[in-house]
Design a protein around this ligand. Structure first.
Ligand SMILES: NC(=O)c1ccc[n+]([C@@H]2O[C@H](COP(=O)([O-])OP(=O)(O)OC[C@H]3O[C@@H](n4cnc5c(N)ncnc54)[C@H](OP(=O)(O)O)[C@@H]3O)[C@@H](O)[C@H]2O)c1
Length: 338
């Protein structure tokens, strides 16, 4: 077992990439522009592709074997960026090797898998964080702070949507049940996390949706209800584009989060006192990297910005929605089970 060094603030965090697909490229480019981080190794199922990715991004080592990467003593942390169907198994292997891990969203296919992986991380004292980068964004943090401190009164409604039109292709991961397909896990996880940030766990859930020919969910509307009278509307779709903007309604004002709410350029806080428009440059994955580094150096097993309970809780809601829609993955004996 290898143990990574985490306390040295002088040298960069040496990342090992488990997977070398689309989002890995974006993250590698972000790391290249973020002080205190570097990509040192990459593993892909195809060693030739791993080598090409390593060469392109200045990593020294390329492996055609994920096990080699997680055992590499010169890797401080793993960026797990494969498709979600394989996250659970790869998380367990990474955590058992003692490697801190930033795992792309959604953490796993379902809440049971997430709970098992995050329990393993806590057991091994290893930092594990879902790559829910939106939660680390300065303007999202500003918005949640404004709601928490009562600026807009009591939050009574959150409306959040994210639609991206994918031409139908049964082999694309968003339509492929064997690869964790479906709009809920790929897209809905964002508006669901956004609603959770302002309102927390819902008491009731109503689900309306339709399926793709492959049997995965294609467009879903969720109505979250709260005993205190609040509600959230969460919409996601792989059938049509819907700009990811969001509205938070309180008894004394509103917060409007401009598209794209994962990394908003602006938010507007409106109360009787007037409108405050707060803008920001786009931050991309940098705040997420900075939060991960902060946690790593603090010796934490979880980030307060992306708590394990919220990762599991959101997946519980998505499990319940899939149960209602009859969407079950081949990896599940029943919905929600490992
Ligand atoms: N944070 C964001 O903004 C964002 C954006 C897009 C995607 N994501 C998330 O990132 C993850 C990867 O998405 P992506 O668009 O990068 O996907 P992708 O390019 O289709 O695949 C990523 C990697 O997953 C592995 N993989 C793909 N299909 C597989 C299969 N059938 N069985 C086993 N492994 C498979 C491959 O690893 P090898 O390289 O080893 O072959 C591939 O390189 C997903 O969980 C997605 O939700 C996040």
């Amino acid at each position: 077992m290898s143990t990574s060094t985490t306390g040295d603030t002088e040298r960069p965090i040496r990342w090992g990439f488990l997977g070398a697909g689309g989002i890995a490229d974006t993250m590698a480019r972000t790391i290249a522009q973020t002080p205190g981080h570097e990509v040192v190794a990459v593993a892909a199922r195809d060693p030739v592709r791993a080598r090409a990715f390593a060469d392109e991004h200045g990593a020294l080592r390329a492996a055609g074997d994920y096990a080699e990467l997680v055992e590499d003593p010169d890797v401080d942390a793993v960026y797990l960026n494969t498709t979600h169907a394989v996250h659970h198994e790869q998380l367990l292997v990474t955590i058992a090797a003692g490697k801190p891990v930033l795992c792309e969203k959604p953490l796993t296919l379902n809440a049971d898998q997430a709970h098992a992986a995050l329990s393993a991380a806590r057991h091994h004292g290893v930092l594990a964080m879902e790559g829910m980068w939106m939660r680390c964004q300065p303007l999202i943090r500003r918005a949640t702070q404004a709601a928490a401190d009562g600026t807009i009164g009591e939050v009574v409604s959150v409306q959040a949507r994210l639609g991206v039109r994918f031409p139908y292709d049964p082999t694309h991961r968003i339509f492929d049940a064997g690869n964790g397909g479906g709009a809920l896990l790929d897209l809905g996880v964002y508006p669901a996390h956004l609603a959770w940030l302002f309102l927390g766990e819902p008491d009731t859930l109503q689900v309306t949706g339709c399926l793709a020919p492959t049997g995965v969910d294609a467009a879903v509307s969720l109505q979250w209800g709260y005993a205190r009278g609040a509600s959230a509307q969460v919409f996601c779709s792989s059938l049509g584009d819907a700009a990811p903007s969001a509205l938070v309604v309180g008894t004394a004002g509103t917060i409007t989060i401009d598209a794209s709410f994962q990394d908003p350029p602006a938010i507007t806080i409106a109360t009787d006192a007037g409108e405050e428009r707060v803008t920001s440059g786009r931050n991309g994955f940098q705040p997420e990297l900075e939060e991960f580094a902060r946690c790593l150096r603090a010796g934490a097993v979880e980030s307060e910005l992306v708590p394990h309970t919220h990762t599991v809780g959101v997946l519980q809601v998505l499990d319940a929605a899939r149960l209602e829609l009859g969407v079950k993955y081949p990896q599940e004996s029943q919905i929600g089970q490992v």
